[in-house]
Design a protein around this ligand. Structure first.
Ligand code: P6P
Length: 353
């Protein structure tokens, strides 16, 4: 009688085999064309993460890897060499993929179209290639943020106007955190999952499934140097956390690391509007909306202060938005100060009529 081989049920082996592309199929419980596309897209994003991580881990040993290019991007920010490298990595990994036709990035004024992938490629990648790049030269954490959307319509004029829709059109989002380890966190709308890069395998391996943000946490993450630039309502919130026990200020100046702490430990990250930037500093389409997608999937919230981030429709590709994101109880607390001030202003203006 033929003895049928029984593969080992060794958990460690199965875990090491749970790569990002396999996990997408597990999530979707399908091997259909959409699942195949998403699995392949996530695999290429993982490759981008590996290429950027490799550069970062010895950037100060590589000729010409650090410092500024001397150019200014569409945001009016000085462009760092690492910004350009990372931007081009994401373009390169999607060449000859037939998947992603358009890439919209913080570093490019208009979307980039990959000729051989258009119009067959029906996916668009929106990304911040290196967020927090001021940290690169001092070896502190930085991150890449991405969102995936499906193209709506033919975009004949190549204005990508179909991207000016709410974040609820995103089909996937995530980030890569380049820290002591390189961690990729993603969601395709079925929970939030993290993968850690095992350099010995050259693979991102599943580390945490179905991450849930705590309903409340001790961290509040904000640049208090802007204190006198904010609305009174935000200052009222900051005074509140100063006066009450149980709050810790944690701010690294790099959104991805600050967000990851809030996702894992709870609390709130906020970048409110300031006198200089009334709509805030962070960009909607490739920073706030992808992170809002993740945070909602993890049971948290993301708000402008008066509206859910995922409901905001941008009027242009590089639109900015105020961002309050994190544990539901903590986001609600910040919103309560903002809404209280709005009520007071409405009462005052009614009394003056
Ligand atoms: P500030 C980095 O430039 C960035 O876009 C985010 O990563 C970060 O959260 C924010 O700006 C920091 O801005 O004004 O506090 O230096």
């Amino acid at each position: 009688m033929v003895e049928h081989y029984q593969p080992t049920q060794e958990a460690a082996l199965d875990r090491d085999c749970t790569t990002l592309s396999r996990h997408v199929f597990q999530q979707l419980q399908s091997f259909g064309p959409d699942a195949q596309d998403l699995s392949a897209i996530m695999n290429r994003i993982a490759l981008a993460g590996k290429l950027i991580a490799r550069r970062l881990t010895h950037a100060d040993l590589v000729e010409d890897a650090l410092g500024f290019t001397g150019r200014t991007n569409v945001q009016g920010e000085a462009v760092k060499k690492m910004d350009v490298f990372a931007n081009d990595v994401f373009i390169s990994v999607f060449k000859q993929s037939g998947l992603v036709c358009r890439l919209a990035s913080e570093e490019m004024e208009a979307p980039y179209y990959i000729p051989e992938n258009c119009p067959i490629g029906r996916y668009t990648l929106l990304y911040d290639p290196i967020d927090g790049s001021s940290n690169v030269d001092i070896n502190l954490n930085v991150g890449s943020i991405f969102a995936i959307r499906q193209q709506q319509g033919e975009d004949i004029d190549q204005k990508a106007s179909d991207l000016l829709t709410s974040g609820r059109e995103q089909i996937a989002a995530g980030y890569i955190l380049y820290g002591p380890s390189t961690v990729l966190v993603y969601s395709i709308g079925r929970g939030v999952h993290s993968f850690t890069l095992d350099a010995s395998l050259g693979e991102f391996i599943l580390a945490n499934e179905n991450i849930q943000a705590p309903s409340h946490g001790p961290n509040y993450s904000v640049n208090e140097g802007n204190f006198w630039q904010w609305e009174d309502s935000v200052r009222d919130y900051i005074r509140y956390v100063h006066r009450h026990e149980g709050y810790s200020a944690r701010y690294s100046g790099a959104l991805v690391g600050d967000f990851h702490r809030i996702l894992m430990q709870g609390g709130v990250f906020l970048y409110p509007g300031t006198l200089k930037n009334p709509n805030g500093k962070l960009r909607l389409l490739y920073e706030s909306a992808p992170l809002a997608f993740l945070m909602e999937q993890a049971g948290g919230r993301a708000s402008t202060g008066v509206q859910d981030i995922l409901d905001v429709k941008p009027d242009r590709l590089h639109a900015r938005t105020p961002l309050i994101i994190g544990s539901p109880d903590d986001v609600a607390l910040v919103e309560s100060f903002i809404k209280e001030r709005i009520r007071e202003q409405e009462v005052l203006s009614a009394s003056q009529r």
